[in-house]
Design a protein around this ligand. Structure first.
Ligand SMILES: Nc1nc2c(ncn2[C@@H]2O[C@H](COP(=O)(O)OP(=O)(O)OP(=O)(O)O)[C@@H](O)[C@H]2O)c(=O)[nH]1
Length: 543
């Protein structure tokens, strides 16, 4: 049995595509799903083409704005591997959600827009991956449009991010002349049918888009003579640049990829599927499979131990006709079996897993069993909050998920006191989901919670959901704070009457937070209150 668990884990690849908004995340997700045969034609994932089943109000808000707020996982088999692709929201205001998804993956695909290069969200996300030691594959997208110079892009990544790109493909032509790529590693078949990243074969892969772009593009290998005959100068230039890369040691190296020092890089155009097949092959070949995760005490939980997993996302009322609550679990060890009784580590209570599902976009399927690396959605998992661990057998508790440094603060005002109970329930629900951080101050009391967010759209979602799901009208008064620091109970007491700042407690973990108008105030506070404990909550990191 246990070697079965190891074998199932070894063939899992669990990753997320991350990017600055608009780089093409939804487009590449759909293309990957096409390659994985999870869908049969473009327009099915994300419901961008067909959004049936999406009914709740705040989802219509997402629809109005054309942004993705929800996250879930798409699973398909490819070349004997089980690929779990976790969706992440596009808008930077929901980056907290994206960061939480990154706790549940073993690798990430960073998507760059070829014309824009590094954008603010790209920098932050690379930083988070580095901090969490998540290996990153980079895909430079939209190469079918006017783009920055390829070598300049590579240099920009290395100098600004400090992670060295090791291109595994190199483009032949750009924009309307983008014809294909040189494969700088072998994507060839091995005797047992598995592809491996082996030595380079001279020549190139020529892409041909499918009529209408609904089906897969074709990729045909051309030997060197044919490549020169068909694409002479573009091919030769690509060859020269590729050699230059080898001279500066920008060749793929599995060890430095896994340790996060290098990022294997591909060029392509997700819209016409160019390069997407190679991306999927690369993921299968080089992305790490699930490994023993450390618990809160730093002890690794063996993959073959009893079932365990943690909630990285929780969401209620995704479907108004069901009014259910889904908790998304990343399986970390053992075998999950639908119907098994599991223990919730935080509350030490047991619960049933009768209703387990996979979910992506608007499609749901029942899951009967799952293995390390898989994502399971538990329906009606009331009482499970983001960050909670569930397990069978030997007890385990995974580390709490990172809470991010808020930059926006607002007092939530509820105007209909007859709905106080519902209001409290709604706030607790949204806090458990991690939609916003909920804080309380002694001064304002329980009736007026203060919301802290990474981006202001989180406030809008909170207000919209309170109205739609709890029938509670509420408004937000923005507060003049831009950052927060952690303090201890004594610090909280000392700062109670300090001017220009406000002290809060965070019920989620009992932490004491000081909200400040700007970073200069930190200095004056430190001067005015000698010995005060004041610690940063890491921005975009682990704090
Ligand atoms: N020319 C070209 N356009 C692309 C390519 N990939 C994506 N696009 C276009 O870029 C735009 C943004 O693509 P999306 O896939 O919606 O981007 P996203 O990153 O998911 O955006 P969010 O949902 O806001 O995060 C769309 O108009 C796509 O059609 C590509 O390879 N080439």
């Amino acid at each position: 049995m246990s070697s079965h668990i190891a074998a199932e884990a070894a063939r899992r690849r669990t990753f997320a595509v991350i990017s600055h908004p608009d780089a093409g995340k939804s487009t590449i997700t759909e293309a990957l799903a096409l390659y994985g045969r999870a869908i049969s034609s473009a327009g099915a994932v994300h419901g961008k083409g067909d959004r049936k089943g999406v009914v709740s109000d705040w989802m219509s808000m997402e629809q109005d704005r054309g942004i993705s707020i929800t996250s879930a996982a798409l699973q398909f088999e490819y070349r004997g591997c089980v690929v779990n692709l976790l969706d992440t929201p596009g808008h930077a205001d929901f980056s907290e959600d994206t960061y939480r998804v990154l706790t549940a993956v073993d690798a990430a695909v960073m998507l760059l827009d070829a014309a824009k290069g590094l954008e603010p969200q790209t920098l932050k996300l690379f930083e988070v991956c580095r901090a969490r030691r998540i290996p990153v594959i980079t895909f430079i997208n939209k190469w079918d449009r006017p783009a920055k110079d390829a070598l300049e892009l590579i240099e920009e990544i290395e100098t600004r991010i400090g992670i060295k790109p090791t291109p595994v493909t190199w483009p032949v032509g750009v924009g309307g002349e983008f014809r294909g790529v040189i494969e700088r590693v072998g994507f060839g078949e091995e005797a047992d049918g598995r592809r491996v990243t082996g030595p380079q074969v001279p020549g190139m892969v020529r892409y041909e888009r499918s009529p209408g772009g609904q089906q897969l593009a074709t990729a045909e290998f051309l030997d060197e003579a044919s490549a020169i005959a068909q694409f002479g100068p573009d091919y030769e230039r690509a060859q020269e640049e590729s050699e230059l890369l080898s001279e500066v040691e920008a060749d793929f190296d599995p060890k430095t990829f896994e340790s996060g020092q290098t990022t294997p890089t591909l060029f392509g155009a997700a819209l016409v599927h160019f390069g997407v097949g190679q991306l999927l092959d690369l993921l299968v070949d080089i992305a790490p499979s699930p490994f023993s995760r450390d618990d809160a005490k730093g002890q690794p939980r063996d993959l073959e131990d009893g079932f365990s997993g943690f909630v990285f996302k929780s969401q209620a009322n995704m479907n108004a006709s069901h009014r259910d609550q889904l908790a998304f679990i990343r399986v970390c060890s053992g075998r999950f079996e639908r119907g098994m009784q599991v223990t919730q580590a935080q509350g030490k209570r047991t619960m049933s897993t009768k209703y387990a599902q996979t979910l992506f976009g608007s499609a749901r399927d029942t899951v009967d069993e799952a293995w390390p690396g898989d994502i399971v959605g538990l329906v009606n998992a009331t009482g499970l909050s983001v960050g909670d661990t569930i397990y069978t057998g030997r007890a385990v508790e995974y580390p709490p998920l990172p809470a991010f440094a808020p930059e926006h603060f607002g007092a939530l005002q509820m105007h209909d006191t007859s709905k106080a109970k519902r209001f409290r329930r709604g706030i607790a629900q949204l806090d458990a989901e991690g939609v916003v951080q909920v804080l309380y101050s002694e001064r304002r009391g329980e009736a007026t919670p203060v919301l802290a967010a990474v981006g202001p759209l989180q406030f809008e979602v909170t207000v919209a959901r309170l109205q739609a799901e709890f029938d509670v009208p509420a408004t937000i008064d923005h507060l003049p704070f831009q950052l927060a620091r952690l303090t201890d109970a004594e610090g909280a007491q000392r700062l109670r009457t300090a001017p220009g700042v406000e002290v809060f407690t965070r019920p989620r973990d009992g932490a004491h937070l000081v909200a400040l108008p700007n970073k200069y105030r930190i200095q004056t506070i430190v001067n005015d209150y000698p010995g005060l404990v004041l610690e940063p909550l890491l921005a975009g990191g682990q704090g």
